[in-house]
Design a protein. Sequence first.
Length: 472
Amino acid sequence: MKKGQRQLSKNAKDFINDDYLQKLITSAKTDKVQIREIISKSLAKESLNIEETAALICADKELAEEIFDAARQLKENVYGNRIVLFAPLYIGNKCINECAYCAFKASNRDVSRRTLNTDEIGKQVEALENVGHKRLILVFGEHKSYDPEFIAETVRKVYSVKVGNGEIRRVNINATPLDIEGFKIVKDAGIGTYQVFMETYHHKTYAEMHPVNTSKGDYLYRLDGLNRAFEAGCDDVGIGALFGLYDWRFEVLGLVSHSLALQQTYGVGPHTISFPRLQPASGVEMNKKWLVDDYDFKKIVAILRLAVPYTGLILTAREKPELRREVMSFGVSQIDAGSRIEIGGYTEVGDAQVIEKEQFVLGDIRSLDDTMRQLLQDGYVPSFCTSCYRLGRTGEHFMEFAIPGFIKRFCTPNALTTLMEYLVDYASEPTREVGKILISRELEKISDSKMKGEVIKRLEKIENTNQRDMYF
Ligand code: SAM
Ligand code: SF4
């Protein structure tokens, strides 16, 4: 390797063929029989290839309704009604890049720059624990002060903060992709998922959004980022595209191609896929040409659900509450709630958003408790489970579906016990009331009497003692 040249993984390859993907989305057939065959394949929990995904993308309005129905069916039959909750914690917004869409870009003078110090991180984490969070994702700009040691130190600090019965049990990361050594350092700190969004898979748009003379301007280095993570031993990774930079249909094919490439190379696909939509941001002037409307957004979620049945889908608080509620029924597995993305936002700002302090504007700033209550009223089981990751059951999401009875034996009991912890320790009275009704209803559904007895025993312990974190 020449001095100054960046290290790629041994499997580095640019597997995105723009012309081919472009051709697929403009020429795929939308034959009814073929679309129904593809849907059946997905309902049988087989991943789709990019040609099949392209066919779903090109389906007309009538067939799109069948795609929505199938996504709902897959969710109901296969995934059940659990939904995992987390919160983002922005650590620092210094950045050397010039991403055209982001308020943190180096040249933006409208934004105030700040990095939380150790005490401030402690205060943010305490505030998050005090409302009931157990899972966080730490977010960083790209800057020399946010090197792998700093990220690892931050992760350790977050795990060390405990208030009352509160603790953070899983810390995920969203940061620039590291080199292999760097990934090893952050893995050793005990991270969960390492998330890197490609932003856009379309080469020309990528170059327009990320000037070539900037660190992020190197398309292949970013595309290869999670290969390096795998080679460093991090087999729990998340991918994503920022919808609104280019044609959503192309980006869906990019995400599915990426997922298949990781699966083929390392035997495990990404743990999660994120599909954020571009939001207004302070000091950012955006081209509106490719903004995705709500109808197409629903298609994105439903098609991804069908294309990658084993991959967790993350729906963020960028979206408004009503839309989140609707899209969740298509098989979203994780949402953030009670989120604030201003640096220091969990303790230092009031109810309104402070745009000069945040990366973009959020669509849903309801509290965790309000979100929990709505989920419970809609029949979801909100879960703070972190069990698989802590027991070394990596590839967690895959296992849920691949191992017969796994959901019944582990996921549902863990969802119920972590929900009970929330209800007892943090919920408002109305939320506690609906929560307990839902727990009773869910207990009725457990047919294995031994398992049911064990879950009831643990739920009673949580209600009557300070014993917590009794996971299966
Ligand atoms: N700096 C790291 C990087 O670029 O990979 C960490 C990510 S950044 C702090 C988190 C993500 O926010 C980005 O990957 C991008 O997809 C998203 N983002 C940036 N600007 C946005 C905007 N205006 N609206 C919605 N999402 C945005
Ligand atoms: Fe920096 Fe990330 Fe924002 Fe780009 S998206 S300007 S790298 S924080």
